[in-house]
Design a binder for this molecule. Structure first.
Ligand code: GLU
Length: 364
């Protein structure tokens, strides 16, 4: 099934005003419900917590010089209000939503990365729309992503989604700043992000945090992982439905590599921290695209945590594959040779029925 991430910026949610625009939110929900009916799984990255906080507290104008704790207070007030509104508009279509608040730390640490991914996938598997934002209320400079363009790119890569659609108050990337230069034209497709493209990204100027620069950063992250990114105007009628259907809207950044190639490079880029020694049957299963199950593993070598890179060796000691392990060396040693339905009985819990999922495995 296709998976898509849609990011809506504050300026889109407020439709250029200072309050959250209910009608705009309803339109977005309606479109997401529509594409879901075509078997596309959608994760929504929603900004607007601070704007919602200002609305709730009756603060008219944003104060960019306010101290960080003040902004965090606004986000804390606004986040629950923002979610209440999303619940309301998705509720009209009898669609459930789930709030997921992330920080950079959640996505860079391997174990937490796996947890975030499994949670998001489970939410999507249950036909619930995850609504993601940065955990603004508690994040400090060091651990925050800082803007939802980059956050949505990270989410796209965590989910292995094929498309990130960024809705903004601008049509897309222009050859010059369209507010200043009337000869500026929209660039419809970017095949390679080079210095020329980066130079086109000017400043922001809207209510949100990101500008074109953070959108280009997001495009680099996403396209390098083998996905497409589109920047389009959030006010364009049917923009979500059309972008997902492949209609030309805004600016489209093409994948730099195939998703498989990108995954492979990622998994092969680092030295494995240990190894599983697999029996012949397990090696054959891997070559047929299957996952590595504990039952086919004879030995665990080295020390590693859940989420780390691990080699798979055959009984002759040859490395046949490499992948990301779902279990630490300690846990794996306790379940090796056992059937997957015995994992819970042995460990008291189970992360997954396999040691390495086929999606996380590269054959050598
Ligand atoms: N997390 C911020 C908010 O919800 C928005 C960050 C951004 O728009 O880039 O207010």
């Amino acid at each position: 099934m296709r998976t898509v991430v849609v990011k809506v910026g504050t300026s889109t949610l407020t439709a250029g005003g200072t309050r959250l625009n209910r009608r705009r939110m309803l339109e977005i929900a309606q479109q997401i419900v529509h594409v879901r009916e075509q078997d596309v799984r959608v994760a929504l990255v929603s900004s607007g917590a601070m704007a919602a906080g200002r609305e709730r507290l009756g603060i008219e104008r944003p104060n960019p010089r306010a101290p960080l704790p003040h902004k965090q207070m606004l986000a804390a007030v606004g986040q629950s209000y923002l979610m209440a509104l999303w619940e309301q508009v998705f509720g009209m279509f009898e669609v459930h939503v789930a709030q997921v608040l992330l920080t950079r730390a959640d996505l860079s640490d391997r174990r937490r990365y796996l947890n975030a991914r499994e949670t998001l996938r489970t939410i999507l598997d249950h036909h619930i729309v995850p609504i993601i934002n940065e955990n603004d209320a508690v994040t400090t400079e060091e651990i925050r992503v800082g803007d939802n363009d980059n956050l949505s790119a990270l989410v796209t890569n965590v989910l292995g989604a094929e498309l990130l659609l960024i809705l903004s108050d601008i049509e897309g990337l222009y050859t010059a700043d369209p507010r200043r230069d009337k000869n500026a034209t929209l660039i419809q497709e970017v095949a390679v992000i080079d210095d020329r493209i980066r130079a086109l990204a000017g400043g922001s100027g809207s209510l949100g945090v990101g500008g074109m620069a953070t959108k280009i950063q997001a495009a680099e992250l996403v396209t390098r992982a083998g996905a497409t990114m589109i920047i389009a105007h959030g006010a364009r009628p049917n923009v979500i439905v059309d972008a997902i259907a492949g209609v030309a809207v805004g600016t489209r950044f093409l994948p730099a590599v195939s998703p498989l190639e990108s995954r492979k490079r990622w998994i092969l880029a680092e030295r494995p921290n240990g190894a599983f020694v697999a029996d012949d049957g397990a090696v054959r299963a891997l070559r047929n695209g299957k996952s590595l199950l504990p039952v086919g593993v004879r030995e665990v070598i080295g020390q590693f945590e859940r989420g780390e890179f691990v080699a798979v060796r055959d009984l002759q000691g040859r490395e046949v594959a490499r992948g990301i392990t779902r279990y630490s060396a300690h846990d794996a040693a306790r379940i090796l040779g056992k059937r997957s339905d015995q994992i819970v009985k042995t460990l008291g819990y189970s992360y997954a029925p396999m040691l390495i999922h086929a999606d996380d495995l590269v054959l050598l």
